[in-house]
Design a protein around this ligand. Structure first.
Ligand SMILES: *Cc1c(COP(=O)(O)O)cnc(C)c1O
Length: 389
């Protein structure tokens, strides 16, 4: 049992997930097969992309996307300095070089298109847009940079399953996962669609989808499932691949979670609105995406303190009250393994990492819990202002 009175996140699981798992156990086929195929089809049609390829994790999705795009030695991939470490690690795993760019600001901690322009070199081959907290990055601007310079646009959509992006250029709304050349999703336990470990690659390119699928399973031209059904009895290996497959039990649970996603995201939206009511306008503090009016998956509730000690104070007060909080994310080039990738002009990312805190947010949370958390934040501010007088 969790020791927190209010955890950072919690699974939205019930009887249907149990039934799906039991269905797979009784069907006696555990490795990639019909459940995975069905999950891929359902996910592609949900996102509005031509193809979806299920993989073992969001990290595997990133790795295979880079390889399928042919990114490797000598290539630079521009990505936000505020991101989970997976994209940067997989950039290096593919043999390419991560180049970090700054975020727009505290209100909008996603990749800043102007910063992307500043760090571009002749070796730049791709840009990773991470939809922080479930809020789409500035895709119109990033898309026009990528088109102008013939770069690939990759979505790290791990926070943003179910989010929409309203394009001002195209005058249309599309779902995250159908905005760039290729997109990567994670179904890790704390994500909006959770299966434990799992991920998905979406793309509208048949060629990219075929390459990701081939790399996912050792570069083999047929699957165990095909051979089991008598559809094939041998195979060739035409590329050096991996075992990044998703299994049937997780796919079955993923299908249930996908059916519940709209409702769960709506609940996250309501709770985010409650946070905004309580925190917007708190002097010196910024509620990230506090003015956002589009359709977000509301994966994270993040507040930015006036300075580092105010942030650390809040984390401490929440902890004493049994409330879990987190940091999304430390400034990437401060990690030991990324020190040599540090570059100038990342000031907003550094400040964001020093001053932000992620508050609990999950579908089963109650409005009264949001209010308790916000009261703790407000009480700290009152104490501080009181001492100042
Ligand atoms: C979770 C996450 C990943 C990694 O996904 P895994 O499924 O845990 O491998 C990558 N990028 C972002 C932004 C994430 O939130």
């Amino acid at each position: 049992m969790p020791r927190w009175r209010i955890p950072l996140s919690d699974l939205a699981y019930g009887r249907s997930e149990e039934k799906a798992a039991i269905r797979v156990l009784r069907g006696r086929w555990l490795s990639m097969g019909p459940e995975v195929e069905a999950f891929e089809q359902e996910f592609a049609s949900f996102v509005g992309s031509e193809h979806a390829v299920a993989v073992a994790s969001g990290t595997a999705a990133l790795h295979l996307s880079f390889l399928a795009l042919g990114l490797g030695r000598g290539d630079e991939i521009i990505q936000p300095a505020i991101n989970f470490v997976a994209a940067a690690n997989m950039t290096l795993a593919a043999g390419a070089t991560p180049v970090f760019a700054d975020i727009v600001g505290f209100e909008e901690p996603t990749l800043d298109p102007d910063s992307v322009r500043r760090v571009m070199t002749p070796r730049t081959r791709a840009v990773i847009a991470m939809h922080y907290g479930g809020y789409p990055a500035r895709m119109d601007e990033l898309e026009s940079i990528c088109r102008e310079r013939h770069l690939y646009l990759i979505e790290d959509a791990c926070h943003a399953v179910g989010a929409h992006y309203r394009s001002r250029i195209r005058l249309e709304e599309r779902m995250v996962g159908a905005l760039g050349d290729i997109a990567c999703f994670s179904f890790f336990s704390n994500k909006n669609l959770a299966v434990g470990e799992g991920g998905m690659v979406t793309t509208s390119s048949e060629d990219l989808a075929r390459r990701v699928a081939r790399l996912r399973s050792h570069g083999m031209t047929t699957l165990t499932w095909d051979r089991h059904r008598g559809h094939a009895n041998s195979y060739d290996v035409d590329v050096h691949g991996y075992n990044y497959r998703l299994d049937e039990m997780r796919a079955a649970i993923g299908r249930v979670q996908l059916r519940k996603l709209k409702q769960n995201n709506r609940r996250r939206n309501e709770l985010t609105a409650a946070y905004r009511r309580e925190l917007n306008g708190m002097p010196g503090w910024t509620f990230a995406f506090g003015d956002y009016s589009g359709d977000s998956s509301c994966h994270l509730a993040v507040v930015v303190a006036p300075d580092r000690s105010a942030r650390d104070g809040v984390v401490q007060r929440l902890k004493s009250a049994g409330i879990q909080s987190s940091l999304h994310y430390p400034f990437l080039p401060h990690f030991t393994a990324f020190r040599s990738y540090r570059s100038a002009g990342l000031d907003r990312s550094i400040a964001f990492a020093e001053r932000s805190v992620t508050l609990p947010l999950f579908p089963a949370m109650k409005e009264s819990e949001v209010e308790q958390i916000c009261a703790l934040l407000h009480s700290g501010e009152r104490v501080k202002r009181g001492h100042g007088r």
